[in-house]
Design a protein around this ligand. Structure first.
Ligand code: DGT
Ligand code: CA
Ligand code: CA
Ligand code: ZN
Length: 581
């Protein structure tokens, strides 16, 4: 399910944009934007609140609270829908260009009839913007640059955004009478770090009801194509979703085909040809007779080709077909294998919520252990001190003592800063007192390769640094990773018994699957962590597990799938850190 606070936040933000585009009151738009931010950052779920409860959230007035309640109850807000209808989807697409505000986008539409990024690029080439009030050669250049940035991101969206939409649509279509199966396929099922478009499959005898339900969804902003076998829409956030309806008998073949990847499909089809068979999205057929021999489930299709069923996260043509033919596929770790989270924050630093809330939510996830790792003092805005972190430790230890023998154990850690020359915030004797230390680069991302490499190596050599947090520091679509000799860093991690983090925050996913594969070759072990700054973030690990699976990891590779005794041995660096203890 999509998270209601985020949904409400997105709705209010969209409304604020719509108000601006239609030349509405800027003050009012600003009020909606502020309310959006407050609700998005509100620590508890707003879906259970009434108007009175909502008004207790900062920046939420009566009329906004009423709209939110209406939205939560019915999924619709007439005022927002009216504003949407007044504006072509193409104009909203234009506002995604960094150099272009809502007002200018609307002007382009009204004066020049421009309603897509394509049309805008053409108009600039033909110098048609120059005569417009408020536009000149300089703004043409800026807009072109903005279009370039947008295209470089490829229009791909973060994994969690696609997942929320897909989960919702699958749930909605499952309710339509006649639905035999509903699932998402494509890059989302393979858990690629970003998603180009969402592919949904439904098995049913008749397609019309599904296509209609699909186009009537509240967040459908535009219908790209409406057909009998396939319908495509664009959501209000600009994400394309394809729906295909197929007969139940073709479910397995269709799911296999539309899950991809294309390179995997080509590889599997070549195996079929070797058997005198033909594989399509409708099934596996004898080439000569045209007789169908498998189609109903993916397992059937793979089995008839002499292969084990291949987990979708492996279907990238990285040797999985050969492994499946030889019965050599790894037993991938899954989310339920995680026994704890080793990188989390509280409101003692930049987290949104107190220790107690974080622990209660972690406990509901069924963890055996949970580490609190707030920021250390070198991130100045966090204002951490020795006194504060020791007081937190006292509180945590008392809570841990008060827990039952079988309850989740509480670990006290810290997220240290690896400074420009590889030093961390505190000396050895103080670090001694922590159960574990995560250490991360948070400053001077632009250092040259040699300096950055030495910086990491020094951190690995520190006898108290157990985990390198978000190792490359990339932010997807915003900031590239740092430049370092990663092979040297990975080798140092393996040598010193330092784990690398697979930071599961969907905006980071750091390490990436390719880097995990490379690090594993060096013998590195990993920690899949949420880096939670709120209780909602504690659900992030599912995305980190996706990256780990794509890199063929098993539970042996991931320290937070291990029992606490084995983990503790690893955390005493240098004494028994080998992966096969
Ligand atoms: P995306 O959407 O760019 O994140 O990546 P995908 O993998 O979801 O790609 P998409 O949506 O174009 O197509 C979904 C799947 O359909 C793709 O993974 C494999 C299959 N497919 C699409 N076109 C072709 C094709 O031309 N040949 C083969 N063998 N498979 C295809
Ligand atoms: Ca896709
Ligand atoms: Ca697609
Ligand atoms: Zn961090």
């Amino acid at each position: 399910m999509a998270r209601s606070n985020e949904e409400v936040e997105a709705l209010l933000r969209e409304y604020a944009d719509l108000l601006l585009i239609t030349g509405g009151d800027a003050f009012r738009a600003r009020a909606y934007e502020k309310a959006a931010r407050s609700i998005g950052g509100h620590p508890t779920d707003v879906s259970g609140l009434d108007v009175k409860g909502l008004r207790e959230i900062p920046n939420v007035g009566k009329s906004i609270a009423e709209k939110v309640v209406e939205y939560l109850r019915t999924g619709h807000v007439p005022a927002v829908e009216e504003a949407r209808a007044a504006i072509p989807a193409g104009v909203r697409e234009l506002t995604a260009i960094p150099a272009l505000g809502p007002k200018k986008a609307m002007l382009l539409y009204e004066e020049l009839n421009i309603a897509s990024i394509e049309q805008l690029a053409t108009a600039i080439e033909e110098h048609r913007l120059r005569d417009l009030k408020g536009f000149g050669p300089k703004s043409e250049e800026n807009i072109l640059h903005g279009i370039g940035l947008l295209r470089a991101a490829g229009g791909r969206v973060p994994l969690d955004e696609a997942m929320d939409v897909a989960d919702d649509i699958v749930a909605a279509l499952s309710q339509v009478p006649g639905c035999e199966r509903a699932a998402y396929a494509g890059s989302l099922r393979r858990m690629r770090e970003t998603v180009g478009d969402v592919d949904i499959l439904v098995a049913a005898a008749e397609s019309a009801a599904f296509m209609d339900a699909f186009t009537a969804l509240p967040y459908t902003a535009e219908i790209i194509a409406h057909g009998e076998k396939k319908t495509s829409i664009r959501t209000t956030k600009g994400l394309q979703v394809d729906l295909r309806v197929l007969p139940l008998d073709s479910w397995g073949a269709g799911l296999l085909y539309f899950t991809g990847s294309k390179a995997h499909n080509i590889r599997v089809r070549a195996i079929a040809v070797r058997h005198g068979l033909k594989l399509s999205e409708y099934g596996l057929f004898e080439t000569k007779s045209g007789k169908k021999i498998a189609s109903r489930s993916e397992e059937d299709v793979y089995a008839r080709l002499g292969m084990d069923w291949i987990p979708p996260t492996l279907r990238e043509d990285r040797g999985e077909v050969k492994a499946a033919l030889g019965g050599q596929l790894p037993t991938l770790l899954s989310e339920s294998d995680l026994r704890g989270d080793l990188h989390t924050h509280t409101n003692l630093t930049d987290g949104l919520e107190p220790l107690e809330n974080m622990i209660a939510t972690a406990e509901r996830r069924g963890y055996a252990y949970y580490a609190v790792t707030d920021h250390a003092p070198k991130l100045y805005m966090q204002q951490m001190t020795k006194e504060k972190i020791l007081a937190q430790r006292e509180r945590l230890r008392a809570m841990d003592r008060g827990r039952g023998r079988r309850d989740m154990r509480l670990l006290h850690g810290v997220e240290l800063n690896i400074d420009a020359d590889g030093e961390v915030d505190w000396p050895d004797d103080f670090l001694e007192g922590f159960d574990l230390c995560v250490a991360s680069v948070h400053t001077q991302f632009g250092q040259d390769r040699d300096t950055m490499t030495r910086r990491f190596l020094r951190a690995c050599e520190n006898p108290h640094v157990n985990i390198i947090g978000h190792p490359t520091t990339r932010i997807l679509g915003k900031r590239p990773g740092v430049d370092a000799d990663l092979d040297a860093v990975f080798a140092a991690c393996a040598r010193t018994g330092t784990a690398l983090e697979i930071n599961a925050h969907p905006n980071r996913l750091d390490l990436s699957d390719e880097n995990i594969l490379r690090a594993k070759e060096h013998g590195v072990v990993f920690a899949i962590d949420s880096d939670a700054h709120s209780t909602l973030d504690l659900a992030n690990p599912r995305y980190g597990v996706g990256m780990a699976q794509r890199a063929w990891l098993t539970t042996d590779d991931v320290i937070n799938t291990w029992p606490l005794t084995r983990l503790r041995r690893f955390l005493r660096k240098g004494s028994g850190h080998s992966r096969d203890v």
